[in-house]
Design a protein around this ligand. Structure first.
Ligand code: A2P
Length: 334
């Protein structure tokens, strides 16, 4: 197997650091690593796989004399918009964690358990979906294949780490009585029904991301979807209540078995033993946890699910690294 060169853009951020941890765990066939940040962290030392690396400032010239096969980006939308094309022009494939390219028709939006084949159509950029969307579609894909989903109602309970270092610090400092810097209101002891900016239709961008990205990943634009996304005072792990209506009838035991056999899912559903998915269990795990699986008795064929995952792992870094693994697999099969 060939060895590749890999760059991490945003290596000092919340997701960037998790990239490093997961790259250490998954042992991809990588020969050389390069780490980039803004001017703020440039020059910092990073310990990675027993070696010391210096973080470089990302500039137009930063790629001169470097041959980078894969670049994992998590440095915000404007950095991705500006620099992903620069990397692509130098022969890299960019796997981007921001929302900058996700809805571009030429850019595949990939969750490896759901639509790995989409990777093959890339033109240099592959997008990693929104954290809330990833865990939802991992749970929904096997059900859509079997029972054909008609309508989805998403309600989310999202951790502060999803808002980067600033979000994390707002909860940490807020618990000590300090005022928020990242969020518009205190998050300690509070819930904010507001993630990302508000749009003219009254939804937030986060809600529209879930709606539009779900349709793109499941490749079904006939789906009816609505969403309410909420920031809660949890450090790690997004939880989601997902109400689903199907075209076809289903047997509840069979549906539960379908979920437990699907890739990337662990079903925890023993209400009699008070066992159900919670963010504290999902922390530092790569799987999506599903529980509270019960029939929606208000419609002909519907189910309620409670879906929890580590938003920085499966919701971001793990999924991005899994895309890189799958990309390398396709390269090796050529
Ligand atoms: P820096 O450490 O220099 O600020 P988070 O989402 O946790 O706030 O992290 C954002 C990441 O993106 C950080 O690594 C940050 O680097 C990096 N970043 C922000 N702006 C740029 C930029 N213009 N060029 C490269 N990296 C950037």
């Amino acid at each position: 197997m060939k060895a590749y060169n890999l760059a991490v853009v945003g290596a000092t951020g919340m997701v960037g650091r998790k990239f490093l941890q997961i790259l250490e765990e998954k042992k991809l066939p990588i020969e050389n690593y390069y780490f980039f940040s803004s001017a703020r962290s440039a020059g910092k030392q990073i310990e990675f796989m027993g070696k010391k690396y210096t973080v470089e400032k990302l500039t137009e010239n930063a790629l001169d004399n470097k041959k980078i096969d894969i670049a994992l980006f998590s440095a915000g939308g404007s950095t991705s918009k500006k620099f992903a094309p620069v990397f692509v022009s130098k022969g890299s494939v960019v796997i981007d964690n921001s929302s900058a390219w996700r809805m571009d028709d030429k850019v595949p939006l990939v969750v490896p358990e759901v639509n790995p084949e989409a990777i093959k159509s890339h033109k240099g950029i592959i997008a990693n979906p929104n954290c809330s969307t990833i865990q939802a579609v991992v749970a929904l894909k096997p059900l859509h294949d079997k029972y054909k989903i008609k309508r989805i109602v998403y309600s989310t309970y999202q951790a502060v780490s999803g808002a980067g270092m600033g979000g994390y610090q707002d909860l940490e400092m807020g618990l000590k009585g300090e005022k928020p810097k990242k969020f518009p209101h205190p998050i300690a002891g509070n819930c904010l029904p507001h993630i990302d900016e508000f749009l003219p239709n009254g939804y937030t961008k986060e809600e529209m991301k879930m709606i539009n990205e779900t349709k793109k990943i499941l490749n079904d634009y006939s789906l009816k979807i609505t969403a309410t996304t909420v920031r809660v005072p949890v450090f790690h792990g997004h939880s989601e209540s997902i109400n689903v209506e199907f075209e076809r009838d289903f047997d509840l035991d069979e549906l539960k078995q379908t979920l437990s056999q699907a890739p990337g899912i662990i079903v925890i559903d023993n209400p009699e033993k008070l066992e159900y998915p919670m963010p504290i269990y999902a922390e530092d795990k790569d799987e999506v946890f599903v529980g509270r699986i019960r029939r929606d008795e208000s419609v002909k064929s519907g189910v309620n699910l409670w879906v929890v995952a580590d938003n920085i792992r499966k919701g971001a870094a793990t999924n991005t690294v899994q895309i890189a693994q799958q990309l390398i697999k396709f390269w090796e099969e050529r």
